[in-house]
Write a protein that binds this ligand. Structure first.
Ligand SMILES: Cc1cc2nc3c(=O)[nH]c(=O)nc-3n(C[C@H](O)[C@H](O)[C@H](O)COP(=O)(O)O)c2cc1C
Length: 136
């Protein structure tokens, strides 16, 4: 075919990305759900395709800063009321798998202002960073 072909669907790890590219000879990949809360998947896949090695997950401080930028963008684009509501699912995705994440999500889903949401996100991720430093 002369048009570029993009393979898509259920690609959620660098290994799957490599497998799909090999199996389909597609020109590129498109990632949907696996990028939600993990925008680092693109560099993780690129690194794996280039080197065959897996990149470490991003430090929790980078996750915090990326999420805080994302929140600002959501408030600016959707307005504070819709932005705060829309942000809840993103906060859930970014905090998936972190310690005390379920209790945090329950608390953060109650707040109705951007200021309170940002403060709670910052506090949670700063706590994660501190706990990881202590454990190291
Ligand atoms: C948040 C979100 C929005 C999407 N919006 C569209 C869309 O507007 N049009 C479309 O054709 N597919 C849309 N899709 C489907 C994706 O393009 C993709 O085909 C699907 O998510 C399967 O890929 P995945 O397994 O990597 O998520 C959307 C998917 C997600 C997760």
């Amino acid at each position: 075919m002369k048009i570029p072909v993009i393979a898509n669907g259920d690609i959620d790890t660098p290994e799957k990305a490599a497998f799909v590219l090999r199996a389909t000879s597609a020109d590129g990949l498109m990632i949907g759900r696996a990028a939600q809360g993990n925008p680092w998947i693109f560099r993780q896949i690129a690194h794996f395709l280039a080197t065959g090695e897996k990149l470490a997950p991003p430090p929790v401080t980078e996750v915090r800063d990326t999420l805080l930028d994302h929140l600002d963008t959501l408030y600016a684009f959707y307005g504070e009321y819709s932005g705060v509501h829309m942000a809840r699912k993103h906060i859930s995705w970014y905090s998936k798998g972190l310690r005390d994440g379920a209790a945090f999500r329950h608390r953060v889903n109650q707040v109705e202002t951007g200021e309170a949401q940002v403060a709670m996100v910052r506090e949670f991720f700063d706590g994660q960073a501190q706990a990881m430093e202590l454990a190291a």
